[in-house]
Design a protein around this ligand. Structure first.
Ligand SMILES: Cc1ncc(C[n+]2csc(CCOP(=O)(O)OP(=O)(O)O)c2C)c(N)n1
Ligand SMILES: [Mg+2]
Length: 802
């Protein structure tokens, strides 16, 4: 126990506090033991538990304060229980995948057990007053993935503290006094994510405390294959702060030593909170009493000696001995506490199961009535009866059983028509709707601030509107934005001092300070992570990835974390981060890619915007800033020096998402494209108009969402020919566009010629102007392909070119 706290406690208060901790830890252990049984008996699908890690989490919870954030992993059930944000009943509800958010607040049954998170949002999607709450960001499964977001959660405290006068009183922070607490398994520290996050937080000096739960294993692989010297705190000693400058405070504590743990956590919290210094706590000598998860048994890979040691040094065993040794309770008293805790956990488990299974049973009862009715009115009566009976006798029914039974009965009676069958069809439709809400909703925000609801405001021009370089539009836009909204800050490689490699932020660091426009190290993963975490705490970061090609480095947190956030928390969390990048064309294999297919397939759950010029780009930023959703905005690298007119209402006009623009009207064929390729196509159109081929050119503007009002098919109805062009690989984003127009919009009905795509080659673009010309779609190639298509369609009117 930390001295400062215990000194002010009476002996009896101290004893009560310790025994309360024992109750909590014991309940958590029981939950783990029963949880495993629930999986082995088939009531739950998979289980991963926090047994063996109870004690450090109790110590951690003691110093976790309101407004603080957790970003951890699947072992933290005891901590979540100790801060009162995860009841034992909720633990079981998650294990069963209870889809009701009141029963399973972390994810409404979407995330497997051990994936925690608190509800940061009100039901209408607006923020709660986070500084008055104990907060946990929603966990993800990829090991060390939590470390990136953690950097942003901690950075937010620094931002709030440094900009306190600008921001003033708010719901998120009390002068930046909040600590972001991370947890990670020993083996997961082998990931690059861990080291990158560690370094980033050390450089930035942010209030972040990382706990490493070291149980010597990562599933079956022991530390000697994971960590140099088998000791993470030992090898991180160079990070230890000293009087020469920034660094970490590093602690070690044995995971079974209650007193030591309490002391260390109290000190760690104080240093991080007061001085904004990052801290690492290496908690050693932890165990896994039941092995890694329900998927296997650790007897397969741990020696007898290790297993015996784990039994002896099980933190619950040691805690018990310590309590008795210190004279805080007798053997009998502890036995009494234990049997009460067991009952409590059993009762909670039962309550969770009843609450989970009752609605399903009610749905089954309803289905059985409909099936029986259908059986009575069908020549296949007995077959349907047996489907009903089978459904009715399931001991652990799930919704899939209902869906299968309904579909089977409808398939059997395919050639029948009766009111009973009609009722079944209606029930199926209703059931599907309810299940869509349960399992498929909240990929995007449902709040009134969702990006699709942002009002469309047109750009305004006057006689005074100047013709400027594209980059000047961006610079003027960001100036307006930073001026207007103190929550906005921008960062990335070369964003600070020089205002990004294309000068979109030129001069803005001088104007708004290094606190709001700043450079980062070369570290795309944590650039995304720090944006994500900060956006989760009410800020509006713009995280810059220098070139589109390097988005690949930052793709994992975007795909696994940001894009899934609303979905996996069922609308309980959001992070309206804007990721800015630029690309499509520069030079060479790693500077001119346009991997848009990869991006849009990885980022469902985000908006992906591909402005053709800087006027459109600025409007898109405004749209996103008015919304509460995340987006990736890909600016055209070759557009910064092209001239555009500077709109008078920069920062006010918006570009609606999912609304294509017809750039050129035409009658013979529809060409669909986006971004910098449009300029290449415009060159091709000059050739084509000489051949008297009239093309309609459509800029889709946003790939996610795609053409929500089906404008493309309207054009196709007129021209009956479709050409999709982009700079991605063959079958990349162009295939997605094709699928949207032909399948989703029903465009196949209007085709009079084969639909074609014109794309870059399958390899990366070669260096130099020739490399680019022969790797990417060029104007002549496009003109020839379109002319040939027209000839194939109507040889009499259109000559074959080549
Ligand atoms: C990126 C990634 N790789 C692999 C896995 C599979 N996996 C899940 S847990 C785990 C071991 C983690 O060990 P450690 O970090 O020590 O945590 P512990 O389970 O021991 O507490 C692995 C390899 C994963 N979830 N994510
Ligand atoms: Mg481990």
């Amino acid at each position: 126990m930390g001295k400062s706290k215990t000194q002010s406690m009476t002996i009896s208060e101290f004893k009560t506090a310790v025994l309360n901790d024992y109750v909590l830890a014991y309940r958590s252990r029981q939950a783990s033991l029963l949880g495993r049984k629930e999986v082995l008996t088939g009531k739950a699908k998979f289980g991963i538990f926090g047994d063996g890690k109870e004690l450090p989490q109790i110590a951690w919870a003691k110093v976790f304060q309101k407004g603080d954030f957790r970003s951890g992993y699947y072992r933290d059930q005891t901590f979540m229980m100790a801060i009162g944000e995860h009841t034992v009943q909720e633990f079981f509800a998650q294990l069963y995948a209870h889809t009701d958010v009141t029963a399973e607040p972390a994810s409404a049954g979407r995330m497997m057990n051990g994936h925690f998170g608190t509800r940061l949002l009100n039901e209408d999607g607006t923020w709660k007053k986070l500084k008055d709450l104990y907060n946990s960001s929603a966990d993800i499964s990829p090991t060390a993935g939590q470390m990136l977001r953690l950097v942003g959660l901690a950075l937010a405290s620094k931002y709030y503290r440094e900009n306190v006068e600008l921001i003033g009183e708010n719901d998120f922070s009390d002068n930046g006094n909040e600590v972001a607490w991370g947890s990670i398994g020993n083996a997961s520290t082998s990931e690059g994510h861990f080291f990158e996050a560690l370094n980033a937080a050390g450089v930035m000096q942010i209030p972040m405390v990382i706990s490493v739960w070291d149980d010597n294993y990562g599933i079956s692989v022991p530390s000697r294959y994971q960590t140099t010297k088998e000791n993470i705190s030992e090898i991180l000693k160079g990070f230890q702060r000293d009087d020469k400058g920034n660094g970490y405070e590093i602690f070690t504590a044995r995971g079974w030593d209650y007193a030591e743990l309490c002391r260390v956590y109290e000190q760690a919290g104080k240093i991080a909170r007061e001085h904004h210094v990052p801290v690492l706590i290496h908690v050693t000598e932890l165990t896994q009493p039941q092995g890694h998860s329900t998927s296997g048994s650790h007897e397969r890979y741990k020696t007898k000696e290790r297993l015996a040691w784990e039994q002896e040094y099980d933190c619950m065993n040691q805690f018990r001995k310590w309590i008795i040794g210190e004279g805080l309770a007798t053997e009998e008293e502890l036995a009494g506490i234990e049997s009460e805790a067991k009952k409590y956990v059993n009762d909670s488990k039962k309550a969770a199961w009843d609450s989970y299974v009752q609605p399903i049973k009610a749905e089954i009862a309803e289905t059985v009535v409909l099936l029986t009715n259908l059986a009575n009115h069908s020549v296949h009566g007995s077959a349907i009866e047996s489907i009903a009976q089978e459904l009715n006798t399931l001991t652990e029914p799930i919704r899939k059983d209902i869906a299968v039974a309904i579909s089977k009965a409808l398939l059997i009676t395919a050639d029948e028509d009766s009111p009973a069958r009609q009722s079944m069809i209606e029930f199926k439709a209703e059931f599907e709707l309810t299940n869509a809400e349960r399992y498929n909703s909240y990929l995007f925000s449902h709040s009134s601030l969702n990006a699709m609801s942002v009002e469309h405001v047109q750009p305004v021009y006057s006689d005074e509107s100047k013709l400027v370089d594209g980059r000047e539009i961006m610079q003027a836009y960001f100036d307006t934005l930073l001026d207007k909204d103190p929550r906005v800050f921008a960062f990335g490689e070369d964003v600070g001092k020089i205002g990004d490699v294309n000068q979109g932020f030129a001069g803005l660091q001088d104007k708004y300070s290094e606190k709001r426009v700043f450079d980062t190290g070369i570290r795309e993963l944590t650039i995304i992570g720090q944006g994500l975490g900060a956006a989760m705490r009410g800020l509006r970061p713009i995280a810059e990835i220098q070139y589109l090609d390097y988005l690949l480095y930052g793709l994992q947190p975007l795909s696994d974390d940001l894009a899934t956030l609303q979905y996996r928390s069922k609308g309980g969390q959001k992070a309206p981060l804007i990721v800015r990048t630029r690309g499509h064309r520069l030079e060479g294999i790693w500077h001119s890619g346009s991997p848009m297919g990869m991006i849009i397939h990885a980022l469902r759950g985000m908006h992906v915007l591909v402005p053709r010029n800087m006027t459109q780009a600025a409007g898109m930023y405004t749209t996103m800033m008015k919304s509460d959703e995340p987006a990736l905005i890909v600016e055209c690298l070759n557009g910064y020096r092209l001239k555009e007119r500077l709109p008078d209402n920069l920062g006010e006009y918006t570009v609606p998402l999912g609304k294509p623009e017809v750039l050129v009207e035409g009658t013979d064929c529809t060409i669909v494209s986006y971004g910098s390729t449009l300029r290449v196509i415009e060159d091709a159109l000059k050739h084509l108009s000489q051949l008297r081929i009239s093309c309609e050119l459509i800029d889709v503007q946003t790939l996610l969402p795609f053409d929500v009002n089906h404008a493309c098919v309207q054009s196709l109805k007129k021209t009956n020919k479709l050409i999709v062009i982009d700079e991605d690989v063959p079958g990349g984003a162009s295939s997605y566009i094709m699928q949207q127009i032909l399948e989703v919009q029903g465009g196949y009905q209007y085709l009079d010629a084969k639909p074609i795509t014109i794309t870059a080659k399958a390899h990366r673009p070669a260096y130099g102007t020739d490399g680019d010309y022969f790797s990417k779609p060029n104007a002549e190639e496009i003109a020839i392909a379109v002319a040939n298509l027209m000839h194939e369609y109507d040889p009499a009117s259109f000559t074959k070119l080549l």
